[in-house]
Write a protein that binds this ligand. Structure first.
Ligand code: ADP
Length: 300
């Protein structure tokens, strides 16, 4: 901690705060996540040791891990600083099909790398866990690496929008945690893509505050799809192949990379740098006009 200069807060998640920091000895800007865990030192040590695997998670589609440590009951986790933030905050401007394809390609390659090279299933694929930088790179973070950490966080999971696949919801309700397979991440990928396309969580708003209604809609309702008027049949087919309710019928990463939506994506010439800048400008303008909007009179 002595080596770090603390800068502004980048965001708050379910489990803690993320701050921008400067690593003074190397002059590298990093993002540091603070997770408060009321655990004894032996458990905190076990978490730090498990996180060490992340040093091997080096790929263009994965946010780089710099190291972790704990002080008192907080775990601090330092990673690559992504200067355009997470996709949930960029999607409001709209994500056109060629950009969506580039994002999907990065996500699939990242997930496939984790699975093939490190035998890691992400377990928490959602737009807040997809980070972007001004160079137009798209990278995954926050994957389930540490059993100890997952166990401690599960108790405090208060997320109100579920990206969980139907089989996971059913499995967990039977207290059977063994049902998580790689295809559950494929479902979450499909759902995240629809969220980016719509600029909002795909299940109806009335389910946001009613967890039971939301989980029922995921398990018993039809899967959502991409809007017909804005996306091609190819894009819609890609997403539909992720959102098959039977996990055995869902596409594999290999199939997704060979799908016509992604197969020629690298040649699309999409200008990601321009899209990221446009999305950041859109967000800044929206924030400025919200700040200028007339405020209702204060009631005394
Ligand atoms: P969640 O629990 O919702 O996934 P996190 O605690 O991981 O959220 O992160 C909170 C917010 O901090 C994110 O939504 C993102 O905007 C920002 N953030 C997280 N990691 C980074 C990073 N490496 N670089 C820049 N911003 C980040």
């Amino acid at each position: 901690m002595d080596q770090l200069q603390l800068d502004e807060e980048l965001g708050k998640g379910n489990y803690g705060t993320v701050k921008k920091v400067l690593h003074k000895p190397t002059n590298v800007a990093m993002a540091m996540k603070e997770i408060r865990l009321e655990l004894e030192d032996a458990k905190l040590n076990a978490i730090i040791m498990e996180l060490d695997v992340l040093h091997r998670a080096v790929a263009p589609e994965i946010v780089e891990f710099y190291g972790a440590f704990f002080i008192e009951s907080c775990v601090y986790y330092c990673m690559e600083y992504m200067d355009a933030g997470s996709l949930d905050k960029l999607q409001a401007a709209g994500v056109p099909e060629d950009v969506l394809a580039r994002i999907a390609a990065s996500m699939v390659r990242g997930l496939k790398f984790l699975k093939d090279d490190l035998s890691i299933i992400h377990r928490d694929v959602k737009p807040t866990n997809v980070l972007v930088n001004k160079k137009g790179q798209v990278k995954l973070c926050d994957f389930g690496i540490s059993g100890e950490l997952d166990k401690s966080l599960a108790k405090t999971n208060i997320g109100c929008q579920s990206y969980m696949a139907p089989e996971r919801i059913k499995g967990e309700s039977q207290n059977n945690l063994g049902t998580y397979t790689v295809s559950s991440d494929v479902w979450s990928l499909g759902l995240s893509m629809i969220e980016m396309a719509l600029g909002k969580y795909p299940y109806p708003p009335e389910t946001y505050s009613n967890v039971f209604a939301q989980l029922t809609a995921i398990v018993h309702g039809d899967p959502p799809d991409l809007p017909e008027d804005k996306y091609s049949d190819t894009a819609r087919d890609f997403v539909a192949s992720c959102l098959r309710k039977d996990p055995d019928q869902r596409a594999t990463y290999r199939e997704l990379l060979a799908h016509p939506f992604l197969a020629h994506e690298a040649d699309s010439g999409v200008d990601m740098v321009a899209w990221v800048q446009g999305a950041l400008d859109f967000r800044a303008e929206a924030a400025a006009s919200a700040a200028c909007a007339p405020q209702p009179p204060l009631s005394v």
